[in-house]
Design a protein around this ligand. Structure first.
Ligand SMILES: Nc1ncnc2c1ncn2[C@@H]1O[C@H](COP(=O)(O)OP(=O)(O)O)[C@@H](O)[C@H]1O
Ligand SMILES: O=C(O)C1=C[C@@H](OP(=O)(O)O)[C@@H](O)[C@H](O)C1
Ligand SMILES: [Mg+2]
Length: 182
């Protein structure tokens, strides 16, 4: 079984993923970390020096490569699922969980981080909350329809990490039990 974690930047995919994997006794991969290892560059450097479309190509290739593993949790990047080819592949090969977080929480988490290329300019230019919320909303307008294709949606907001992990773990455990019954 492959479990994919999706959701907006800073929704908690990379934080929740390894804890969830530990709880369920599964292996863990973070797609962005695999990209960084393979390219020998940070995500920001890849975007700045090679461009977003290059990043997306590597992302799709490595998504498929790490999906050769079984019994694994994979934390995606926030844009991975918005490529139709990736969405179709994940639907066919795994169980997708959407970590849904409200805009205010996303703003609080994003406002000081310089490692998200799609928000770095706003942080560097010390833009105000309004600009951040506008960009979050613009991206969510385009992306929500992809996130909503997930098999399971967990409303996270300011819920403690442990509770998010518990809720996903219970849901997945039910799935595994059902599968074993058949
Ligand atoms: N309850 C929470 N659940 C998940 N992340 C949280 C929570 N509260 C604060 N955070 C912080 O929010 C950020 C989430 O970022 P990250 O896990 O990298 O998300 P993603 O991989 O989805 O971009 C981290 O800085 C994390 O410490
Ligand atoms: O939403 C996006 O397009 C991106 C999200 C990032 O991952 P996180 O969602 O883990 O921040 C990373 O893949 C890259 O900066 C692009
Ligand atoms: Mg991440």
């Amino acid at each position: 079984m492959i479990i994919y974690l999706t959701g907006f930047m800073t929704s908690g995919k990379s934080t929740v993923g390894p804890i969830l994997a530990n709880v369920l006794g599964l292996d863990f991969y973070d797609l962005d970390e695999e990209i960084v290892k393979r390219e020998g560059m940070s995500i920001v450097d890849i975007f700045e020096q090679k461009g977003e479309s290059y990043f997306r190509k590597v992302e799709t290739r490595l998504l498929k490569e790490i999906s050769n593993n079984d019994d694994v949790i994979i934390s995606l990047g926030g844009g991975t699922i918005t490529i139709d080819e990736n969405l179709k592949f994940m639907k066919e090969n795994g169980f997708i969980v959407y970590l849904k977080v409200d805009n205010e929480t996303l703003y609080r988490r994003l406002k000081n981080k310089t490692d998200r290329p799609l928000f770095k300019d706003l942080v560097m230019n010390e833009n105000g909350k309004e600009e951040f919320i506008k960009r979050i909303n613009n991206l969510l307008d385009k992306r929500s329809r992809y996130y909503e294709q997930a098999d399971l949606t967990i409303e996270c907001d300011s819920r403690p990490v442990g509770l998010t992990v518990d809720r996903i773990a219970q849901s997945i455990q039910r799935k595994i039990n059902e599968k074993n019954k058949h």
